[in-house]
Design a protein around this ligand. Structure first.
Ligand code: HEM
Length: 414
């Protein structure tokens, strides 16, 4: 049956996240079939918290191997651009092992002072003005610089990384990229990330950085990847290309979205900003979790059924595309008390924004929480009030909850 709401209508998402429609689906048809225009073949929408966690856990039935977006790539496409995120166990386990030590809570805690210092520098510059674009001046600045430090990326290329990452993750928004998936013929780029020529440019940039690292290895993630072995073999050039692109994309845009959409949430809930500002150090941790639940930077992850299965009362067939709508699960009233209330003290907060239950749980979860909580606490110490200085501009996408612009006006603390 086709649901009455077209969750692939990107102009609808450009206006707002369709929360009311998700609430209806959770109530009436929690796992529902949606048709898609050719060449795609339709998808299941999984909207309840418990079903999303169950599917994430069952990687033997719900595979990541056909990619995590709506696109339906061929075997050849996947072979060229498979990253850790579209790999199933046991291969996934081997790839994950290479990097998991670098992203443990303890490993990430080492960056606390660096992130605090960087944040203060960014705020010193941005907060000289009474009005500015929050995305450009603050949200964009922190995550890429943290990522550059951890990965060992050259500072001179950061704007280029940001620009390419934007064009990839927002590959459905003509205001961000001139090669729009779903509108333009992207066949020539099908072997590159996000089926985009900018995916190739990101790989090329990555290869230049790798060349430098081979000459002069350092204490960074790229050097770790270059030295890594899987089953006794070094990573191939294709593996390195894809590790590079997933890290730059996953580690940058998502955190930026959480910070920017988080400030928008506080503009809309001034009482919660006041609560945070009363005790920034004590409340920044739970506030960061709530911001990430509320803003859900990545709306969904896709899986593909490897066999016939039953989920939430629906009969899924082998080969079907299954969309796990984290954005919906995060508002599921069976898991969260008053899910539509933005509450900076919410605990427990077992949201789905980083994935949950399966092996793909966001590798950067501790780093992202560290960054978001540090930025929120620093802002709460220095800004008494944010208000809108113009309409926020949402990215036209059902995958990412990004903002292109967030014009704000600030009142500084006394
Ligand atoms: C608020 C910020 C972030 C959000 C909301 C987020 C969200 C996600 C989600 C939803 C997944 C997929 C989970 C699944 O398949 O169920 C994921 C995976 C991943 N994330 Fe994040 N992420 C964030 C920050 C980061 C950062 C800072 C990094 C690294 C520096 C990172 C690196 C990764 C990687 C490498 C994966 C693939 C993990 C795997 O397949 O095993 N993410 N993230």
């Amino acid at each position: 049956m086709t649901g009455p709401v077209d969750l692939n209508d990107l102009d609808l998402w450009a206006r707002a996240v369709p929360y009311a429609e998700f609430a209806r689906l959770r109530r009436e048809e929690p796992v529902s079939w949606h048709d898609e225009p050719a060449p795609n073949s339709g998808f299941w929408s999984v909207t309840r918290y418990a079903d999303i966690v169950a599917a994430s856990r069952d990687t033997a039935t719900y595979s990541s191997g056909r990619g995590v977006s709506f696109e339906e790539p061929t075997d050849e496409d996947m072979a060229a651009r498979r990253t850790i995120i579209d790999t199933d166990p046991p291969d996934h386990t081997k790839l994950r092992k290479i990097l998991s030590g670098s992203f443990s809570q303890r490993a990430v805690a080492v960056y606390q002072h660096f992130v605090e210092g960087l944040t203060e520098d960014v705020l010193d510059r941005a907060l000289q003005h009474d009005e500015f674009d929050f995305v450009d001046a603050i949200a964009k600045e922190v995550p890429i610089r943290v990522l550059a430090r951890i990965m060992g990326l050259p500072g001179s290329e950061l704007d280029r990384f940001i620009d390419l990452g934007d064009r990839l993750i927002a590959n459905t928004d003509p205001a961000v990229t001139d090669v729009v998936w779903g509108r333009d013929d992207t066949d020539a780029y099908r072997l590159y990330p996000f089926r985009s020529p900018y995916g190739k440019q990101l790989w090329d940039l990555g290869r230049e950085v790798v060349k430098d690292k081979l000459r002069e290895p350092g204490d960074d993630l790229l050097s770790t990847l270059l030295a890594a072995e899987v089953d006794g073999d070094r990573l191939t050039e294709t593996d390195l290309d894809n590790f590079f692109s997933i890290m730059v994309i996953a580690g940058n845009e998502t955190t930026r979205i959480a910070i920017a959409q988080g400030v928008l949430a506080f503009i809309e809930h001034q009482d919660q900003w006041t609560r945070l500002a009363e005790d920034p150090d004590g409340r920044a941790g739970t506030a960061a979790d709530e911001v990430v639940r509320w803003t859900c930077p990545t709306h969904f992850m896709r899986r593909t059924a490897t066999r016939d299965a039953e989920l939430g009362g629906a009969h899924i067939k082998e080969g079907d595309k299954v969309i796990l709508w984290y954005v919906s699960g995060n508002r599921d009233e069976t898991e969260f008390a008053e899910p539509d209330t933005f509450d900076v003290g919410r605990a427990p907060n077992r949201h789905l924004s980083f994935g949950r239950g399966g092996p793909h749980l966001c590798l950067g979860v501790h780093l992202a929480k560290l960054e978001v909580s540090i930025v929120l606490a620093a802002l709460a110490r220095r800004v008494a009030r944010f208000s809108l200085a113009g309409p926020p501009q949402r990215i036209r996408s059902n995958f990412t909850n990004g903002l292109r612009e967030l014009p704000v006006r600030i009142t500084r603390t006394a």
